[in-house]
Design a protein around this ligand. Sequence first.
Ligand SMILES: [Ca+2]
Ligand SMILES: [Ca+2]
Length: 416
Amino acid sequence: MTNSTATTSTPEISNSTLLYTTPEISNSTLLYPTTAGPDFINQILNEIPLPRWAIYAILVAGGLVILLILCLCIRCCCCKKKNDKKKKKMMKDQVELNGLAGASTTALVRSGGDDAQYGSTQKMRGKLLYSLEYNAAKTELMVGIKQAAELLAMDLGGLSDPYVKVYICPSKTKTCETKVHRNTLTPIFNEVFTFEVTKSVLAASEVVMQVFDFNRFMKHHIIGELRVDLSSMDWNHVIEEWQNLSEPLKCELEDLGEICVSLRYVPAGGRLTVVILEARNLRSMDIGGTSDPYVKVQLALDKRKWKKKKTSIKKKTLNPYYNESFTFDIPFDHIQRVDLVISVWDHDAVTRNDAMGKIFLGSNASGNQLHHWADMLANPRRPVGQWHALLTAAQVNATLVLKKKMSLSKMINKYH
Ligand SMILES: [Ca+2]
Ligand SMILES: [Ca+2]
């Protein structure tokens, strides 16, 4: 019973209350938004204590601001995409330029991983055709470097940039180099180098011919070498033969370190700018395994000492960074008569400064040094940078014998 009354009474109560209350509530709140939108907005607008025109103006301005922000966002996105594309293109161009490392026009673009030594475990290093001739009357030995073949590839492209270094052992007073032949494994050199050697010294000597791979911004790697014993030669006729290159004797690779130099010549103004950039793997000259290196930049005119400048001293380092620039006035008609001598010295406060290595560039130079000088002349106004392996002062002095400095009065008479 209770159940039935409960069920019957519930609808009544609910009907009476719900039906009665809902219209009232809906009249005031629920029905307005759905059926009378503009009135509702009007009501809101009426509650704002501002004239209508001001409200409309604010709304329009707000809309414009939102539109403007949207436009700006879209533009930013587009610009970013464009910049990304540009960056990618620049990086691609850079990589392409690096690929050309060594081409004189892109000399200042540092080549990162252009070259790499690989295949060094291979037995075949290539072969070299050389000639030997001795002139007893003149006590001169002529070493001809004719050509090489089947050389080992040292660069990533599967090629090498070979040149040959020639010297007589054990005297080693003079080192000669052929020109660099780029991107080839079969270079034809056809160069002859003359060494002054007495017959008795000749009988106790050997000629060393080392084939190197040139790299503009990296260490030059040795491809292979030939050592020919001169003691038992029949000098009655010219010797000419092919021989296979062998692995270089490790103990004889005298490494004095390297120096990076940039050269720039402006013919119109007659100005030569030499920038001593940096050196690396220098020899230690002091106790403690370091040195205090500085670099001397010397100019010679007609093989006579002319002008001289020095970098600062870098204390306790074997890899000094200088980036110091020196400018010399050299008229265009003098430039072919100039030799540029660059030497690295260890500074000592108490004892005499020691020579650590030397090179010279100019039209009298050979190999890499001549190559760099020629590159500078071929690219006027453009700085051309290159690494050079340092030689001993004795080696350089034997090739480039400089006379004493010219007196000022003589110089004035000669050039004015
Ligand atoms: Ca190379
Ligand atoms: Ca020192």
